[in-house]
Design a protein around this ligand. Structure first.
Ligand code: FAD
Length: 346
């Protein structure tokens, strides 16, 4: 009989992130399909009561919590000790957790300590008979594998964006406090703060409704024989500010900086989409000034609705890669789109 532990960490404001609700949805799916299984919840953070209350109507029979200043921030030693203590209190066999950067770097180590196994970047869970199956992608999202494991405990880290979040209502949850003995080494690392881009400079937004992709065409000579890089920068920046879209790019464009050419100042290799880049998940995607070659479009695997703007009616997007191709000048189209968005805002 499996005991399924949903293991979540709370956010700095004490709330539960969408990724944790997605992992809860996966854990509840397993619980529903595994006859005789138990579902319990474990939470770690500066405070956990509000987060537990927010999902009080979920089918979990017990809530375990470790709260306090020591657990407010991501730190390997304290997070690993907390995860281990909750696992032991819950006597879990399956541990389902969101694949956040915080848990991704800690839980595989905890699984190792406990003689278990861990799978990160899991995108699906199911049950056939009494066997749990998980799905994950390999080789840059080109091959999907389904895995089963006999080893317990099995830590299953669910990729954010791959599940629908659980819709369980709030209420009052009784949280059982779990004692954790922190090793001396736990206090060796002090988190003094984060160095991160200001929210407006952060162009990669995994939760955005739209992926906006820029290609090398933005920096190429246009009909007047000139390049218009600064105009391109302004159009793209304005659009990102209006739409809050996530910014992706072709490899050609991000590589240009290495060659000393004029490029869009806010792009880095982290924005690259494709075979040697990222494969993000967004409901919609709009490609601009990008040819749509296979090594790029393979990164669009999880973009549900795809549109592209290109001057070339025979570009790669026209060959079954996009749902809609606008054969048009992206400078003109995005100028008009920004004008409409600005009018809507004012
Ligand atoms: C092993 C390998 C791995 C690779 N991995 C990746 C990867 O991960 N990601 C990736 O992106 N690429 C990758 N590539 C490169 C990929 O094959 C392409 O070379 C690259 O995607 C092309 O970038 P682009 O479409 O922006 O540029 P270009 O091919 O130069 O296309 C520019 C486009 O802009 C259009 N254009 C110009 N001006 C305008 C305008 N005013 N309005 C509208 N359209 C306009 C042009 O018609 C043209 O189609 C890889 C290649 C290899 C060999």
């Amino acid at each position: 009989m499996e005991t399924i532990l949903l293991l979540a960490h709370t956010e700095t404001d004490g709330s539960l992130a969408k990724s944790a609700r997605e992992a809860l949805h996966a854990a509840a799916t397993l619980h529903k399909s595994l006859a005789g299984s138990k579902l319990v919840v474990g939470m770690v953070g500066e405070s956990v009561q509000a987060a537990a209350n927010s999902i009080a109507s979920c089918p979990a029979t017990k809530y375990f919590g470790i709260a306090g200043k020591d657990f407010s921030q991501s730190r390997y030693a304290t997070d690993a000790a907390a995860a281990e203590a909750i696992y032991k209190a819950a006597q879990a066999t399956l541990v389902v957790a969101p694949a956040t950067s915080r848990w991704n770097r800690v839980l595989p180590g905890v699984a190792q300590r406990l003689g278990g196994r861990a799978d990160t970047h899991v995108t699906g869970v199911s049950v056939s008979g009494d066997k749990v199956t998980v799905n994950r992608w390999y080789y840059r999202q080109r091959m999907e594998a389904t895995l089963q494991r006999a080893q317990r405990p099995w830590f299953i880290l669910i990729d954010p964006g791959s599940q629908s979040p659980c819709q369980c209502e709030g209420g009052t949850a009784t949280v059982e406090k779990v004692a954790v003995a922190l090793p001396d080494s736990a206090k060796r690392t002090t988190v003094t703060g984060f160095h991160a881009l200001a929210a407006d400079e952060q162009t990669i937004r995994p939760d955005a409704q739209l992926l906006f992709v820029t290609g090398a065409g933005w920096t190429k000579k246009q009909a007047d024989g000139q390049t218009h890089v600064s105009a391109a920068e302004k159009l793209i920046r304005d659009f990102l500010q209006f739409s809050r879209a996530s910014l992706g790019s072709s490899k050609s464009l991000v590589d240009q900086s290495g060659e000393g050419q004029a490029v869009l100042s806010f792009l880095s290799h982290l924005n690259q989409i494709g075979q040697t880049g990222a494969t993000p998940r967004h409901p919609k995607g709009l490609s601009t000034c990008c040819h749509g070659e296979e090594p790029h479009t393979v990164g669009w695997r999880f973009i549900a609705e795809r549109r592209a703007i290109n001057l070339d009616p025979n570009c790669g997007w026209a060959h079954g890669k996009a749902d809609v191709l606008y054969v048009a000048d992206a400078f003109a189209v995005m100028g008009k789109v920004n004008e409409l968005l600005a009018a809507k805002k004012s």
